[in-house]
Write a protein that binds this ligand. Structure first.
Ligand SMILES: Cc1cc2nc3c(=O)[nH]c(=O)nc-3n(C[C@H](O)[C@H](O)[C@H](O)COP(=O)(O)OP(=O)(O)OC[C@H]3O[C@@H](n4cnc5c(N)ncnc54)[C@H](O)[C@@H]3O)c2cc1C
Length: 472
């Protein structure tokens, strides 16, 4: 009895830990050979390679707080200066204007003088200042809204690569309400997005001025000194110390009702009955697990689309790279063509990611068109061509890795929150089973952490923590 947690990514690990800390017997079943899910770090020849996330947002505190709670406070590292990011425009790298918030300028001058936009494009953007509010109550694509207010150039060259890139979804399909609700609030409160951005900038500068002298914040993005899997390993260790059992290489194949409990079938042919189950896999996998028992909920879960994310990592000898690599990397708008959407200069962005004299590059394959169906060799060739041309690199890479996540990246398309509400409503028919994870209310690690903690708390409430522990 007790609770079965399916999936050992960060969401499943956090849920298993919370339940175990509350005294509930927990079995976590992970299909793969290790825990961490998309969080995966490789150490080789002095390189620290992240095959999934390389950082998380400090501005959404759940992951930072968890790291501190696990004793990893001193392991948190911020990005190195200078924090410049470039956009490739007509083959050349142009610095992103300084003081850019998510997509809105927080300072006027760098935006007014950037080479990224022509004067007619800037004048077009400035119309936003006098434009009335445009949003109705319905969700809308981020790209459609921004194009209307600020013009196509901003969507094409900044918002698309920045926001669409992070969410692995074309910006003209991405849900405003699920991904950047702050833009809705900005229009509601300030009418003009540009004026809202500048007001945010003033507030940020006031709060930075109040920070005690000499205290430097870690910045917007933080990572862990020895790699991101330090965090998932620590969550797993803490869950086990609290009494959870973690089994890797144990895929769950189906769930069924068993009285008030849930019967789980495992790929090795075994079965077991639990008081309750927390599914922490992508929603499309969760749908398959419950479809014979709860077809309505399975259908609701299947409405959340999932795309493919592919990361090609390349390392070169530093003296083979013609570019000075001063900054964190570059973004590639779709109009530039090619399969690559972004390149992070990991050896520059983070301390300790590459040995001296080496450059470590993280190349993101665009999840649009046919790129993600290409074989690894073709993607490596595309990544090499992009990096070698843009950064004037000669010679062969010293190291090549490809990480693929097939149909495993949730796409928050327009109407996402409505689909999530429908999932929650349909899942209410089977209260012994709940779903958590990146497919629902945030793909970033902090949102996964807080979503999993909330999911576990609801499950505990339902079980009545004491009685479950006694019953098991
Ligand atoms: C390349 C890449 C870069 C990213 N960069 C960032 C970043 O910099 N910052 C950030 O905050 N986020 C980033 N993300 C997003 C973030 O990594 C994910 O949203 C998050 O890790 C998802 O965690 P999860 O536990 O919900 O799901 P997952 O990590 O997908 O875990 C689900 C687990 O379930 C297991 N599983 C599946 N089916 C079964 C089954 N039948 N039985 C048992 N187990 C099963 C899987 O093997 C997997 O381990 C990135 C993602 C990718 C792919």
């Amino acid at each position: 009895m007790g609770v079965l947690v399916i999936g050992g990514g960060i969401s499943g690990l956090v849920a298993a830990r919370s339940l175990a800390l509350a005294g509930v017997p927990v079995l976590l079943a992970e299909a793969g050979p290790r825990v961490g899910g998309k969080v995966g770090t490789e150490h080789v020849d002095g390189f620290t390679i992240e095959h999934g996330p390389d950082s998380f947002l400090a501005t959404r505190p759940a992951a930072v707080l968890l790291a501190r709670e696990l004793g990893l406070g001193d392991e948190l590292v911020g990005t190195r200066d200078p924090r410049a990011v470039f956009i490739r425009h007509r083959g050349r790298l142009i610095p992103m204007p300084e003081g850019l918030g998510l997509v809105l300028p927080t300072r006027a001058l760098p935006f007014a003088t950037t080479r990224l936009f022509s004067w007619p494009e800037k004048v077009w953007m400035a119309r936003d200042i006098v434009m009335p509010r445009r949003l109705g109550s319905d969700d809308i694509a981020v790209g459609v809204f921004l194009r209307e207010r600020l013009g196509g150039a901003l969507v094409e060259r900044l918002a698309g690569p920045l926001v669409g890139g992070v969410y692995g979804t074309p910006i003209d399909e991405l849900s405003l309400d699920a991904v950047v609700p702050a833009l809705r609030t900005a229009e509601r409160d300030h009418r003009s997005l540009l004026l809202a951005g500048l007001a945010d900038g003033r507030a940020m500068r006031r709060s930075a001025a109040r920070r005690p002298a000499g205290q430097r914040s870690l910045g917007v993005f933080v990572s862990l000194r020895a790699g991101m899997d330090t965090l998932t390993a620590a969550i797993a260790a803490s869950a086990v110390a609290a009494g959870a059992e973690i089994h890797t290489g144990l895929p769950v194949t189906a769930l069924a009702r068993a009285g008030a409990g849930v019967s789980s079938a495992f790929a090795d042919g075994s079965r077991a009955v639990f008081d309750a189950v927390v599914i922490a896999t992508p929603a499309n996998v969760a749908a398959g697990l419950i479809e014979t028992e709860e077809a309505n909920a399975a259908r609701a879960l299947s409405t959340i689309p999932h795309g493919t994310s592919i990361l090609v990592t390349l390392a070169y000898r530093r003296d083979r790279v013609g570019h000075d690599l001063v900054g964190h990397g570059y973004l590639v708008p779709p109009s530039e063509g090619g399969a690559i959407g972004a390149c992070t200069w990991s050896s520059q962005k983070w301390p300790g990611r590459a040995p001296d004299g080496a450059a470590l590059l993280r190349m993101f394959v665009r999840d649009e068109g046919a790129a993600t169906s290409l074989p690894d060799e073709a993607l490596v060739a595309a990544a090499r061509a992009d990096a070698e041309r843009t950064l004037r690199i000669s010679g062969e890479p010293e190291l090549v890795r490809v990480a693929r996540y097939e149909r495993a990246m949730p796409r928050y398309t327009v109407g996402h929150l409505r689909r999530v509400a429908a999932v929650e409503q349909a899942m209410a028919a089977w209260p012994a089973v709940s779903v958590i994870g990146a497919s629902f209310r945030g793909v970033g690690l902090p949102d996964c952490v807080s979503g999993a903690a909330t999911g576990a708390a609801r499950m505990l409430e339902r079980l009545g923590a004491g009685s479950t522990a006694d019953a098991a």
